[in-house]
Design a binder for this molecule. Sequence first.
Ligand SMILES: C[S@@+](CC[C@H](N)C(=O)[O-])C[C@H]1O[C@@H](n2cnc3c(N)ncnc32)[C@H](O)[C@@H]1O
Length: 395
Amino acid sequence: MHSAIFQAISSSLQRHRALWQISPFECHDLPWRDDFPGLAQGLERLNEAEIAHLVQDEAAAQSWFAQYVELIDTSSLNWLSKPRQAIEPPFWLLNGVKGRKSEQIAAFAAQLPRSVTHWLEWCAGKGHLGRVAQYHTQQPITSIEWQSTLCHHGQAMADQLRCQQQFVQADVLNDNLSHLFNEAKGVMALHACGQLHLELLEQARQHQIEHIFVCPCCYHLISDSAYLGLSEQAKAVGLTLSKRDLKLPLQQLVTSGQRGRRQRETELLWRLSFSQYVQLLTGESQYTPLPNFAKALLNQDYEAFCRWACQAKGYAFNARLMSDSLVRGQGQLALVNTIELVRQRFRRLLELWLVLDRVCFLEEAGYQVSLMAFCDFSVTPRNLLIKAQLAPLNT
Ligand SMILES: C[S@@+](CC[C@H](N)C(=O)[O-])C[C@H]1O[C@@H](n2cnc3c(N)ncnc32)[C@H](O)[C@@H]1O
């Protein structure tokens, strides 16, 4: 049972919620300064280069942070199960599937027991996982996917390879799929986004599906505006999570090279500076969000960006506010970076909480559940796999 670790993570998150459940863009100072004075002083002793180093180096940041705040140590997660070694599917089975995706698939498929007589693959895309799972288990599989082009593509590949894989085009959030659940003995989902995998867990529980294999992702893509938890234990904790909070686990630094990093920094600076521009123009003090834009705009200058932003938000352009807003934006950027440096220390903890909530939900429904990192973090940061088996009834 995972209740104890779930409760321990819950209280660690609760105790420190001022450090992570915040919107850095809205802050004018360290919002938790009075509650964590040692941490605030520690941050202020860091120069810009040291902060930049900690932003890049996860392990260094974690040990720097541990001097000031004691978090539950999840690095020694001996409650995680050991995954089976990835299978080695023949090359023709994953023709055209990119390296990391095929590694994930081979690692996921290895965890599936061969004894389960009919599988359902949820939100299958082109059904690459289903195809490999069928090859590995030699059991029939039904792959559900919403987009018809992906269904046709996947079905054509399966037919060509004489794979017992049948695609069904359906909307898993709105269509009645009971007939498919009645047939299935096991379900699997690789990287089905928020509401999609929550729906699968609900339906699998309702239909008493014996085997469940789910690797969740995109926790923020849910139909409600906030998340209260799926399990009774999570609901009792009362950790109401906004979509912004739910995005935190996905915000790990993408190693996209120096150019990508510079571009992200420019975008952040200009967005913050434009918000300062609006504040100078109107006297309002809240952050002004901007819509997405073509990244080519970042190759121009701040003035071009500001002209575009004024048009997008319906403000007059005033060239005299350019330099002041940019200077104030730079100050705001330094503050955002320090607040984020702290906030990011809760990324994995929050993800574990979210995944353990799903684990507890299944345990509350009578499943025996194990959790594992089914592949290396470098293959995909969303590498946690929930494996559940319906416990036999005591008669
Ligand atoms: C992130 S992809 C994962 C695909 C595949 N499992 C993989 O790992 O490559 C999510 C898939 O869910 C499908 N999807 C989104 N909403 C859906 C819905 N309401 N019903 C069925 N499928 C849906 C998308 O079309 C997409 O193929």
